[in-house]
Ligand binder design. Structure first.
Ligand code: ADP
Ligand code: MG
Length: 628
């Protein structure tokens, strides 16, 4: 009897306990699990609930998270951040080219126009795609969750900015795959925050409420207008945003300002000094945070460039002035979102803040003024709400049937219009932006020349009228019978799934031959073989990391042992049982020899440390034993 009662519970726990929700942020990431009928945001090994999305390569090994971020100024060219700004993008993308100029690490053009990050790892140059770097961040989060739960995790919901296009979504899904995760769903960040808000609010909602989610993070800005009904259905009415607007832009504006100030004051240009820029950027980010609570601060950096120390004040007002265009763009985007949802500002019941940069007082003030003095809601945690919502969805998708979650229904939208390039170069839109997903739309296209044998379809995503001004997602050809112009017809079908990912197909109408194509420039960029290689590499790096951990462990053991021996010698030296001169000399030589390996800058092999430790022990232990 007892067993029969326990069994279903155990099964349910195993099923739901193993799904995680991940906010894979540009600057910080966060992971949650569903446990005991609630979301647990997981602290990592450093005790932090969010982790820098940063990966570093050193001659000793690989570092992920805080460890990577902490050594960035010493190792700027091999410390990779901002993978999210690279993911799913083409190397020739103009925005990406601007970013490349700012990054201290090197990005080159790989095959099929994929941007590849070049780092020096264990003395060798290595190339990584943004998917691989992101997968390393995901692995670290997955491991933190596994440690917390005490079991393996496979299923995950991962969030993306609402404004991510199809290739960026695909690439994020692949990064999850490379991290060994089964991606249950890709969900928009502000929608995820809306789930967190909805779950928190449910008991208070007596009617449908309109909620504006304002998510300003480190790299991206998203605004989303959702309606939450009292049953728990969250319907996204419209999204707007910018995949390149956030805290880092504010940091960079401050960096540019100080580079100019440095020029003026010290007659030197530091813009080519990567290490100096990296240190300056870090100091600016700190100063920016400080300016959210006090109205002026000082930046002090010793020996910034050519032995010159740098020290300068910056006021909150100056910071606001430097970023006024960015801030006013955020408000413009709120207007666009309202217009797309066909609502006016008076119809908004709640304005909810999400993302670290919403702590900036000026941002809050502009938003409050725009909503005519309305108080902004701070009920949900700005850093954790996105992961929180993703965790709730993960629990639901893995079968958790508790009341708080089972009512949750999500209706999201397509962030950018999708269409096909037609004769003359304009974009024929098949799915309009802000259409609810999943969605399926069709359109008939004819040949424009006599006796063509194929119709080429180029698929684009964006709002510009000329196709080439939008994001190119991919191309597919459909064979047609050679007929005079206007007589061959192809019915093109666009189908968007719940992840916001597009599938395309074309049916030739005289023969009814259907051609199904997964359209994305991404698929021909990263073939299955490539992904398999990344999976192999991920495994290899994991083994290397474990190997390094072992080395660091035994190195520390040696360091501790030397310290121990030294303090024992000192202690015994002060007693009547003190050592002979000869004994002391033998031990000192042994200590010096063992210390040699610690003074090397490289991380030596496990066996070398072990050997040094054993030898030291062999010499000192018998001598000390005679004197205790
Ligand atoms: P993302 O999701 O894009 O990684 P987050 O929502 O985690 O971003 O926000 C990180 C950003 O928030 C960083 O640019 C950080 O500098 C900024 N930030 C954090 N705290 C503050 C603060 N007190 N004042 C201003 N900006 C802040
Ligand atoms: Mg975020």
């Amino acid at each position: 009897m007892f067993q029969m009662q326990v069994l279903p519970k155990t099964i349910m726990y195993r099923k739901i306990g193993a799904a995680i929700g991940i906010d894979l942020g540009t600057t910080y990431s966060c992971v949650g699990v569903w446990q005991n009928d609630q979301v647990e945001i997981i602290s990592n090994d450093q005790g932090n609930r969010t982790m820098p999305s940063c990966v570093a390569f050193t001659n000793g090994g690989r570092l992920i998270g805080e460890g990577a971020k902490n050594q960035i100024t010493m190792n700027p060219t091999n410390t990779i951040y901002d993978a999210k700004r690279l993911i799913g993008r083409r190397f020739n993308d103009t925005k990406l080219q601007e970013d490349i100029k700012l990054w201290p690490f090197k990005v080159i053009k790989g095959t099929s126009d994929i941007p590849m990050i070049v780092v020096s790892h264990n003395g060798e140059d290595k190339e990584f795609s943004a998917e691989e770097i992101s997968s390393m961040v995901l692995i670290k989060l997955k491991e933190a969750a596994e440690k917390f739960l005490g079991k393996t995790v496979r299923d995950a919901v991962i969030t993306v900015p609402a404004y991510f296009d199809d290739s960026q979504r695909q690439a994020t899904k692949d990064a999850g795959h490379v991290a060994g995760l089964n991606v249950l769903q890709i969900i928009n960040e502000p929608t995820s925050a809306a789930i967190a808000y909805g779950l928190d609010m449910k008991n208070d909602i007596a009617r449908d409420i309109n909620v504006l989610i304002f998510d300003l993070g480190g790299g991206t800005f998203d605004v989303s207008l959702v309606t939450i009904d009292k049953k728990g259905t969250i319907t996204v009415k419209a999204v707007a945003g910018d995949t390149h607007l956030g805290g880092q832009d504010f940091d960079n504006a401050m960096v540019d300002y100080f580079v100019e100030q440095f020029k003026r004051k010290h007659k030197a240009d530091i813009s080519a000094n990567k290490k100096a820029l990296s240190r300056l950027r870090e100091a600016c980010e700190k100063a920016k945070r400080v300016l959210s609570s006090i109205i002026d601060t000082t930046i002090d950096i010793d020996n910034l460039h050519d032995g010159v120390d740098f020290s300068m004040r910056i006021s909150r007002a100056k910071f606001e002035k430097l970023n006024e265009d960015f801030f006013s763009n955020c408000i413009k985007m709120v207007e666009t979102c309202l217009a797309d949802a066909e609502m006016n500002k008076k119809q908004i019941d709640e304005v909810v803040l999400v993302g670290g940069s919403t702590r900036i007082p000026k941002v809050q003030q502009l938003l409050k003024d725009f909503f005519q003095g309305k108080e902004l809601s701070k009920k949900i945690h700005v850093d954790e709400a996105v992961a929180y919502g993703a965790t709730v969805l993960a629990a639901k998708l893995t079968g958790y049937t508790g009341k708080r979650v089972s009512n949750l229904v999500l209706i999201d939208v397509v962030p950018l219009s999708l269409g096909i390039e037609i004769y003359g170069g304009s974009l024929s839109v098949l799915i309009k932006r802000n259409s609810p997903i999943p969605v399926k739309k069709e359109g008939i296209y004819v040949n424009v020349q006599d006796y063509q044998d194929t119709l080429p379809f180029n698929v684009y995503q964006g709002e510009r009228s000329m196709a080439k001004d939008n994001n190119w997602l991919g191309k597919f050809d459909v064979a047609i019978p050679p007929l005079p112009k206007g007589l061959s017809k192809v019915n093109v079908i666009f189908d968007i799934d719940a992840n916001g990912i597009l599938n395309c197909s074309g049916v030739e109408l005289t023969t009814s031959l259907k051609k199904g194509i997964m359209v994305t420039n991404y698929k021909d960029r990263l073939s299955t073989r490539n992904i398999e290689k990344m999976l192999d590499d991920a495994h290899k790096y994991k083994l290397q990391d474990e190997e390094n951990m072992k080395k660091v462990f035994v190195r520390n053991a040696l360091e501790d042992y030397i310290y121990d021996v030294k303090s024992k010698i000192k202690k015994i030296g002060n007693t009547s049982k003190t050592f002979t001169k000869k004994e002391l000399e033998i031990m000192e030589i042994a200590i010096e020899k063992a210390s040699e390996i610690l003074n090397e800058s490289r991380l030596a092999g496990f066996d070398e440390y072990q050997k040094a430790l054993n030898q030291l022990e062999k010499v000192c232990l018998p001598i000390i034993a005679q004197h205790v």
